[in-house]
Design a binder for this molecule. Structure first.
Ligand SMILES: [Zn+2]
Length: 336
């Protein structure tokens, strides 16, 4: 799981999970780590490996299965995790680059990167879609924590919200407003189902993503799953990687992980979608029945309104911690 080439004292390891609003310096992984699983929509087995990356590189996906493809350069198989690379939000969030290379279902891993406070990483995968694993972000968080998280010497930039930005569509709403920290409020309403009306307020604090949000699973209704399968989609969907509902029945044997697991998962998705801003957001997100599409429109609206935000270095009043040691540059990925 780890290449173990560096000694334990080479990097100052962040021993606890930090809220994205509390860290002054950029971070990356201490070691590479990976696993394999089935893609929710393709049903294909996909292997992925997450590598440390240099400060300022952000999160980059690389389709190593396309390495030998004629006409594609080493750069062409890389896709930066940014809101303006989103090509589809129909069934999860899909990123694509100018060469037409895409990576689907990135939102739960992006949420884990955000929740663990990881700024820079390279993610190799050998298929078109990240594995769904158990339908939540918890297995990704476990992997990232096993790899270890290290602080780099470059300062982190935040996106500070300066005035409210709101988008609405078909009775759905999403907004970002001024807040000294990072908070998300979400409300969903599925009348006549076991979900009903649920709301949840999440405040980023040490450990809060892992304990409140990370393990909540994606969900769907049986008739929708059957319809998707008839179209050749959701091929990997099982009761092992999603909550499946049939009217007021939950079909999964173990039931729910939280009574309000559904709305918590919507917050998990929103955290992943908002991390495509390219930096942690200092502000308050509010979502009412919003999904991946509206979350992406919210980021587009934000970046189309320059007076609504600014880059800043660290939250106001946060302690300015110096790195423990002067750091060497983090090595590039071992392969390619
Ligand atoms: Zn999701």
């Amino acid at each position: 799981m780890s290449d173990g080439r560096r000694g334990a004292l080479d990097f100052p390891v962040l021993r606890s999970q930090r809220p994205s609003g509390a860290e002054v310096f950029q971070t990356t992984l201490r070691n590479r780590i990976g696993c394999a699983g089935v893609g929710l929509h393709s049903g294909q087995q996909v292997r992925f490996t997450v590598y440390p990356a240099e400060a300022g590189s952000g999160i980059v996906f690389r389709r190593v299965d396309l390495r030998e493809t004629d006409g594609l350069s080493a750069q062409d198989i890389c896709v930066q995790a940014r809101y303006d690379n989103i090509s589809s939000t129909q069934l999860g969030s899909t990123l694509s680059n100018a060469a037409g290379v895409s990576v689907a279902t990135v939102e739960h891993l992006m949420s884990a990167f955000s929740g663990c406070g990881i700024d820079n990483a390279l993610v190799d995968l050998d298929g078109p879609e990240l594995p769904v694993l158990d339908g939540s972000a918890a297995p990704f968080v476990m992997l990232l924590e096993c790899a270890g998280i290290v602080r780099l010497s470059e300062r982190r930039q935040y996106i500070r919200i300066l005035e409210t930005v709101r988008v609405e569509e078909d009775g759905k709403q999403a907004s970002l407003s001024v807040y000294d920290g990072c908070a998300l409020d979400f409300e969903i309403d599925f009348p006549g189902t076991v979900i009903g009306r649920q709301s949840y307020s999440f405040e980023a604090a040490p450990g809060s993503f892992k304990s409140e949000i990370a393990s909540s699973r994606t969900f769907g209704f049986l008739h929708e799953v059957e319809h998707l399968k008839s179209l050749g989609l959701a091929r990997g969907g099982t009761l092992q990687n999603a909550i499946v509902l049939d009217g007021d029945q939950i079909l999964n044997d173990g039931g729910l992980r939280f009574p309000d697991e559904f709305v918590r998962h919507k917050i998990l998705d929103a955290i992943g979608d908002l991390y495509l801003a390219g930096a942690p957001i200092m502000g308050r997100f509010e979502g009412v029945r919003a999904g991946h599409g509206l979350n992406n429109k919210l980021l587009q609206a934000l970046f189309n309104k320059p007076q609504a935000w600014e880059y800043c270095e660290g939250p106001m009043g946060a302690p300015r911690q110096a790195p423990v040691v002067a750091l060497p540059k983090v090595r590039r990925a071992a392969r390619g």
